[in-house]
Design a protein around this ligand. Structure first.
Ligand code: AMP
Length: 397
């Protein structure tokens, strides 16, 4: 069995896979430990039943120990040794271009990337430390959100700033959501029967965090997120690209520090900032139905930015695009977002199939473009945990 762990500063998401069929791991249990360091709460879904626990979780180590204890109590495993490896989602892998087994060197690399991902990498380190203590002989694998994008050329990943910012401090475009992009490329390759190396795709990962990638011959040539996940598209709470001078201007106007204003761009902007209502796309869509002007403006802006990037990336792919794929919470589910975006890709000649686009209950993928569309457009469910599980299995079997 393989355990996949995605840790936040006060939470741990986990999913346990049976890997008896090594090509098709089967999820058997999933859950979430949250409010770690506050009080503690844990939910588990197993055998179609839901379980909830209110145990004190003072730190990640106690949380991991409780997760393993509950696995045994529920009968998902008989003992810890049945878990042959653990795969961790790590946001920033710096220059690492692939998932890797965690040894001392990799551990130090993740640690040294904390300054590049101060909100995310510390949680990964904390939870890796916790697992090391409890399951010292179990193999551990790190899967990075940045790794998939390491194929970008210098002219794409460098910013037009003084050279030494890159050379001395590592300031460059990294890109994120790579685990999801990797999964989508693999899945579309299976679906289309085409080799990954022959695939040109524009993939729109539109979740609470959102990005788009241009993929040529199965590899990223450009992506909208940058040095941090704040860049690119407008998101749930993140602004995406804005004029950098606005930060200095607002600091002067409000007396806030750079850290405080950056925090606002990360946590109080995007859909939330513009609508003044919510970061959740469903809420903003509902408010728009009720003719809320700000919600309408926020949605128009959101959709237009997505459409603009797709057109830009189609140009970068020299017009040779095998498919445009929408994924993650909004991309997979928002009929209106897909419709608006597709209707605004004028020069690409995409054409929506309205009826198909309204199908909510598809399983893996849904063709939402018409037969006469110049480029096929799909909604496709992403599965980052499965991707982490497959990488972990490949590196440890
Ligand atoms: P994720 O970060 O991938 O979990 O995506 C979260 C986003 O997906 C939130 O903004 C949700 O509002 C959005 N979402 C989930 N279901 C739907 C839906 N049926 N229609 C529109 N947006 C949705």
């Amino acid at each position: 069995m393989i355990l996949v762990i995605n840790a936040g500063s006060s939470s741990i998401k986990f999913k346990l896979f049976s890997v008896s069929d090594i090509k098709n791991p089967l999820p058997i249990l999933e859950g979430l430990s949250e409010r770690i360091g506050v009080d503690g709460f844990m939910k588990i879904k197993f055998n179609n039943e839901k379980f909830e626990y209110s145990n004190a979780l003072p730190n990640h180590e106690v949380a991991i120990a409780l997760v393993l204890e509950k696995f045994q109590e529920l009968g998902a495993i008989k003992n810890k040794d049945e878990i042959h490896a653990i795969g961790f989602r790590v946001v920033h892998g710096g220059k690492l271009a692939k998932s890797v087994v965690i040894n001392d060197e990799v551990y130090q690399i993740i640690k040294s990337n904390i300054e590049l991902a101060p909100l995310h990498n510390p949680a990964a380190i904390t939870v890796i430390d916790a697992v090391k203590k409890i399951m010292s002989s179990t193999k551990m694998v790190a899967c990075f959100d940045t790794a998939f994008h390491q194929t970008m050329n210098k002219e794409e990943f460098l910013y037009p700033v003084p050279n030494n910012w890159y050379e001395d401090f590592g300031v460059r475009k990294y890109g994120f959501h790579g685990i999801s992009y990797n999964y989508i490329v693999e899945n579309y390759s299976k679906l289309s029967g085409k080799s990954k190396n022959d695939l040109n795709l524009i993939v729109c990962h539109l979740g609470n965090g959102a990005s788009i990638s241009a993929i040529k011959n199965g590899k990223t040539i450009d992506t909208t997120m940058g040095f941090t996940p704040l860049a690119g598209l407008m998101m749930g709470t993140r602004s995406g690209d804005i004029d950098p001078s606005i930060i200095q201007f607002i600091c002067k106007k409000t007396g806030k520090t750079v850290d405080e204003v950056t925090n606002i761009l990360n946590k109080e902007s995007g859909l939330l900032g513009m609508s003044g209502l919510s970061a959740d796309m469903r809420d903003v869509l509902d408010a728009n139905e009720k003719n809320d002007e700000k919600a309408k403006l926020a949605l128009t802006k959101y959709n237009q930015i997505v459409a603009d990037w797709i057109v830009k990336f189609a140009n970068k792919l020299e017009g040779k695009v095998d498919a445009i794929i929408f994924t993650a919470g909004i991309g997979e589910n928002s009929v209106r977002t897909r419709k608006f975006v597709m209707n605004n890709l004028h020069i690409l000649g995409t054409e929506i199939d309205e009826e198909a686009n309204h199908n909510f209950s598809y399983e893996d993928h849904l063709l939402v473009s018409s037969k006469t569309s110049a480029i096929p457009v799909y909604a496709m469910r992403t599965d980052e945990e499965k991707m982490i599980c497959l990488d972990t299995l490949n590196l440890t079997k």
